[in-house]
Design a protein around this ligand. Sequence first.
Ligand SMILES: [Zn+2]
Ligand SMILES: [Zn+2]
Length: 324
Amino acid sequence: MSLTDITREGVLKAITEFQELGRDEFLRRYGFKEARTYLLVHEDAFYDSKAIAGVAHRHTAGRPLTAGEFSGGEKHAVRVLRSLGFEVRSTRTPPWDHDELVLLCAVLAGNGWQPMAPDAERVQELSEFLRRLPLHRHGHRGPDFRTPDEVARKMAELAESHLPENSDRDEQILRAFRESPTRMNSAAEALRKGVESGPLMDLAWSDEVIDAEVSAPEGRMLFRWHLVRERDPALRKKRIDQARARHGALACEVCGFDYERTYGPRGADYIECHHVVPLHVSGETTTRLNDLALLCANCHRMIHRSSPWPTPAELRELVTRRRS
Ligand SMILES: [Zn+2]
Ligand SMILES: [Zn+2]
């Protein structure tokens, strides 16, 4: 007899018993502790997954398994319960994402960097908004995920910005807010608008890996939007045609590199587009042809590498100065 004997029906019976006895009595009777990491979700209620699995064994094979007889972890009880079609969520609250911190700091900044209570209207609103964002998959969200309590706690932590517990990411964003408050508040605004009007909701789940060599304090959602814009094939083609008509050839607007001249036919038509409008103002605008600069891969990467991103003209000036 082992955990793998349990059936879906046995689990459902254990859930019913849990409901009848109440959590405390259920756990006490069968000798389980409160789940630390995994909760079974059934019809919008949460159950201690290991205890449910142990008691399901009783309803399947006649005898409950005790806590010491099996592991409640991802490879054991969690896997068995999931294989029976149940949803098991991790209770670990995922670490705060960059974009979430930008939104939180904007609200905090609007309150003069004073922490707020969980029942404050702006905390409630932010909590609701954060739970809508497509940044953390539902299976990774515990029941406390971005509740007003958690949001207020994080605010208090950030308001005490000098505390050494601040992680590098927190510190990086706090610094961005100190140094360029307007820019960061606009970024939060652009994020909100992009979520409300739809486009950011669609592209944020994409699993595109953001390069470690990219620096964008405005967050990854706006950065993804930037990439989507500059890769728009129709605009790209128009921009390339325009450059050819003007200059006869296709060269990097910063350093003059011409792929075809160096690589022959293999390099023909190759060039990257860079969207020159800064992330925090690019939110609601539509891309015009003049917003796109044609760059070689090196120069494009050098622009994205550290924030604030230089304009192509600024980078060109730097390159020219270095060359002479
Ligand atoms: Zn270049
Ligand atoms: Zn770019």
